[in-house]
Design a binder for this molecule. Structure first.
Ligand code: ZN
Length: 313
């Protein structure tokens, strides 16, 4: 049973709205673009685990995707957590392409085309998560099950060059077999199904998705962010509003409701629930106050006419 379903993290949504609007030649552009790449890879890796989990024929198990909570003193995040009556398994997904190996110092090396990237040993990362999780469960008086860890490579274009003795690291198609192996080693239930469910639900209550306001975090000034309504078809040009319709000069697409997507981006970018007429005019690049008022009339309004705000749901 899925207790915490897979979903897009708020920070990834922010980056997806921010990067295309960010001024290319600003020094922070590369940093946020790299951050988007990493977050997206993490999201895709976690998403691809769903397929292998569906192949499993486990009974009475509980799953939490992208669980993040406060451990000992800092936050920790687990790509997939499997809770059964006899064990807990932490599954760390790595969505990297190219040739992957672990060098003698224990670092993960990615060789892709002519580039070499170095990462922390993912098994050590998973073991840190284990100690954080174990600490949290002990605080909740729910440290009743042994915790196992594994690392799985989810990118279809990865070649894994890892010592055969390191059985906890494998490509994602081996995940079901790995889980069956752990299961066969832990056949005696240590807790009831209800208790396993309680463990999963108690963790879910403590789930805290990462949601930094990146504009504040990087101190991004407003002039670095491009305003306007992206074309909903080619997604590469800002549309113009002509006779009550949004037009794209590049692909000729017309869309009466293209501003809705832009308003969603405003909410995500600035972490806002409400927008004023003035802010909407500036963000949608519309001159007319009455046109903007008409576009916002579909949203719930609060406040008097002068200072009214519209709820962006
Ligand atoms: Zn277009």
């Amino acid at each position: 049973m899925i207790i915490l379903p897979h979903s897009k993290p708020p920070e990834l949504e922010q980056l997806e709205a921010l990067v295309p609007r960010y001024k290319r030649n600003d020094q922070t552009y590369q940093t946020i673009q790299d951050r988007l790449g990493k977050e997206l890879a993490g999201y895709l890796g976690e998403r691809s685990l769903q397929y292998y989990i569906k192949l499993l024929n486990l009974k009475d198990h509980f799953l939490l995707f992208g669980f993040r909570a406060k451990g000992n003193d800092s936050y920790f995040q687990i790509d997939l957590l499997l809770i059964t009556q006899s064990f807990i398994l932490i599954i760390e997904a790595k969505h990297l392409k190219g040739t992957l190996s672990i060098n003698e110092s224990g670092q993960l090396i990615q060789e892709n085309e002519d580039e070499i990237e170095v990462y922390q040993n993912p098994l050590i990362q998973a073991n840190i998560q284990r100690s954080q999780l174990s600490h949290l469960l002990s605080r909740l008086s729910l440290d009743l099950l042994p915790i196992y860890t594994c690392v799985t490579f989810t990118h279809p274009k990865s070649i894994i060059n890892i010592n055969k003795n390191t059985t906890e690291i494998f490509p994602s198609q081996n995940l079901p077999n790995y889980i069956y192996k752990i299961q066969s080693q832990n056949q005696t239930p240590l807790v009831s199904t209800q208790k396993a469910n309680t463990i999963a639900k108690s963790l879910k209550i403590r789930h805290t998705p990462k949601n930094n306001n990146l504009i504040n975090y990087y101190g991004i000034t407003d002039h670095l962010i491009k305003k306007g309504v992206w074309c909903t078809q080619c997604k590469s040009t800002i549309m113009k509003r002509i006779h009550g319709n949004w037009h794209c000069s590049k692909c000729n697409h017309k869309d009466k409701t293209a501003h809705l997507q832009a308003l969603r981006e405003f909410a995500v970018l600035y972490d806002r629930q409400y927008i004023t007429n003035k802010e909407a005019r500036s963000f949608l690049k519309i001159q007319s106050e009455s046109t903007t008022k008409r576009l916002l009339s579909k949203f719930e309004r609060k406040g008097d006419t002068k200072g009214s705000e519209y709820l962006l749901k």
